[in-house]
Design a protein. Sequence first.
Length: 302
Amino acid sequence: MNQQEVRGLWLGLVGVTIFALTLPMTRLAVGTPEAPQMSGVFIALGRAVVAAMLSAAFLVASRAPWPRRGEWVPLVITSAGVVFGFPLLTSIAMRYVQAVHASVIVGVLPLATALVGAWLHRQRPSSGFWLCAALGSALVVGFALLKAGTGTVLHPADMLLLAAMVCAAVGYGYGARLSQRMRAEHVICWALVLSLPLTLPLAWWSMPRQPVQPSAWWAFGYVAVFSMWLGFFAWYRGLAMGGTVRVSQVQLVQPFLSMVFAVSLLGETLDAVTLAFAVAVIATVFIGKKMPVRPLASQETA
């Protein structure tokens, strides 16, 4: 492993640590059904507006060139995944589930990201990879059903979290590919600025009309500046420098970091069942990411 790959891994770890605080901070900002704070819609779109303002200033200061013709569509897809999809779905869901619980559901994100990356790079995952993906998904669904206590029906919040995971994987995959052609910092900045005509009026419409606790505003500030902006600086730069397949493995520690933050910041409890499912999911993801992924061309000509 050369020096650039090592630096990419460290940057990826910084990004993952920043992202690990997203679920606990979102939970703090939205509150609970008994003590609601901000709406999930405002948190998701408001944080995108704040980050877009910072992004516009950064693009001007860094004299960023306009995206080329072939980069606009990937930017739209990236923004759909990481500016709208993941923040909106998780922000709505987090009022109804604890951050520790959500950390397990989102634990299979590295496999989903690897799958999107394989598709974008025209690669064919092995049977072992598909087996691990299926097992990891089954563990997550089983955990959600067990905790929901609703038999064979998923809680709506868990369904939102699963959909959010898909959105994040697509956004990560397209953003990582763009980071090989643009400055990594410019990818998220352009995605945010491109979304501003939608996020600004919707954030204004969904602003809280009643007083909320100062802690909720602090949490909102974190997800706006760090989760929505600075975290992607480190994450996309790390993916570009160290390679998507290698660096994405540091996501394995994100669920555990989220649990630690949820326990320390929110006073949530971590029971043995939740921890066991988290370990099982991460073990499945770890094994799955070790499975071979072959280029389609080599198999077609073989």
